[in-house]
Design a protein around this ligand. Structure first.
Ligand code: PLP
Length: 405
């Protein structure tokens, strides 16, 4: 039986319409399918492969760590140099109140741990999240999803969760002395790359500080340079009490991380002891890859090229069907008229060797989140394909709908 049949038969499915591209290998900014066809990667496996695929420094670090040891103990008991090196490097790049990191396996686990930490620190019951945010798919993380369609089938979820409007200062009134934490993104990812209004984040910070509420920034998707700074919050100058990272932090390996102050983090270690435990969190091979990925990003100064790359995308993506290009840095979204138009364009792009996608809560937007290593000629290639695909979609929709002409 061929792989495609086995995939459908034995692998759990997340949708009835999987893309089904059969990948042979990936290198640099390209994926290759089993027929040898080459695809420019405009989504990095949803914001993961930020330094491109198959980076030699990362592969070497993985092999070096494999030769030393793989798993030796659950997280937090033994001293393992791969974890220590990553924790030191990461905390050195962050404001001084984020000086302790809990290494985990995924973004959703990081969300769960942050909620537990906020409840433990504040001894308060309630959690506030923003509408149209996505923080993961586990029970607790799903509870922060404001979209009834995605969560109703899984109720009951976490109690005490309510929602405020992103970028709406008036909605901050909902935060009160019963609130343990507010979870917020600096750039709302699955809403279609919507950048936070700096005044909203400043007002949010002030209200949280005033009421003793912990402010949690989810930079699982935006972290590691994608908006042009290592962390998006640096551009606004608002520092959270808890920071969530994941995705690109692992440089292609599975990871999640919660950063907080040492004082707060210690509260997961007493009353109760073992407030959060994980077998594989901080896996040494993953930690070694993450540290190498961080080194690649910093040593090659990959952030320096991002403004010019952003500008090139924006200047080239001009078409009567494009309503706007939103986002920041190399997290951009191209707004089209409808989901049907977007879906047809994504398919046309794939046929022409370009991988793009839409967003969970903005299915009329095309996702642009390439590796930060994408070159200017590759951006020109991507935009030419995208514009061609949009024109073709426009023509085919017009011919299928005589009323539109
Ligand atoms: N938070 C944000 C902003 C995300 O984009 C995601 C994943 O897309 C998550 C959390 C959950 O991360 P994971 O899929 O690793 O559980």
């Amino acid at each position: 039986m061929i792989n495609r049949q086995l995939f459908l038969m034995h692998q759990a499915q997340t949708t009835e319409f999987p893309v089904m591209l059969e990948i042979s290998h990936a290198h640099g900014n390209y994926l290759f399918d089993v027929q040898g066809k080459k695809y420019l990667d405009l989504i990095s496996g949803i914001s993961v492969s930020h330094i491109g695929h198959g980076n030699v420094q990362v592969k070497d670090a993985i092999i070096e760590q494999l030769n030393k040891h793989q798993h030796v103990m659950i997280y937090g008991e033994f001293v393992q140099s791969a974890q220590v090196n990553l924790a030191q490097a990461l905390t050195q790049l962050l404001p001084s109140n984020l000086d302790s990191v809990y290494l985990l396996n995924s973004g959703a686990e990081a969300t769960d741990v942050a909620l537990k930490l906020a409840k433990r620190v504040t001894q308060r019951p309630n959690i506030i999240a923003c509408k149209n945010a996505y923080h993961g798919s586990t029970h607790a993380a799903l509870s922060l999803n404001s979209d009834a369609y995605y969560k109703d089938a899984f109720r009951p979820l976490l109690p005490g969760v309510s929602f405020i409007e992103f970028n709406n200062i008036a909605s901050l009134e909902a935060i009160n002395e019963q609130t343990a934490c507010v979870v917020c993104e600096v750039i709302q990812s699955e809403a279609g790359y919507v950048w936070a209004n700096p005044n909203f984040l400043k007002a949010l910070r002030a209200r949280c500080t005033k009421l003793g509420v912990l402010l949690i920034f989810d930079e699982i998707q935006s972290g590691m340079g994608k908006t042009g700074t290592l962390f998006a919050f640096e551009q606004i100058g608002v520092v959270p009490d808890i920071l969530l990272l994941g995705k690109a932090l692992g440089a292609g390996m599975p990871i999640g991380a919660v950063l907080a102050s040492k004082e707060h983090m210690m509260m997961l270690a007493n009353n109760p002891i073992l407030g959060h435990i994980t077998t594989f969190g901080g896996h040494p091979v993953v930690a070694a890859a993450a540290k190498a990925g961080l080194d690649v990003l910093v040593q090659n100064n990959l952030l320096a090229g991002i403004p010019a790359k952003e500008q090139l995308f924006i200047s080239l993506l001009v078409h009567p069907e494009i309503k706007q290009v939103s986002g920041k840095g190399l997290m951009l979204a191209v707004e089209l008229s409808s989901f049907d138009f977007t879906l047809a364009t994504v398919k046309a792009c794939q046929a022409k060797g370009l991988i793009t996608d839409w967003f969970l809560f903005a299915n009329n937007r095309l996702r642009i989140a390439p590796p930060l290593t994408i070159t200017l000629p590759e951006i020109e290639e991507a935009c030419a394909i995208m514009l061609e695909a949009i024109t073709e979609t426009q023509a085919s929709m017009a011919s299928n709908n005589p009323l539109s002409s």
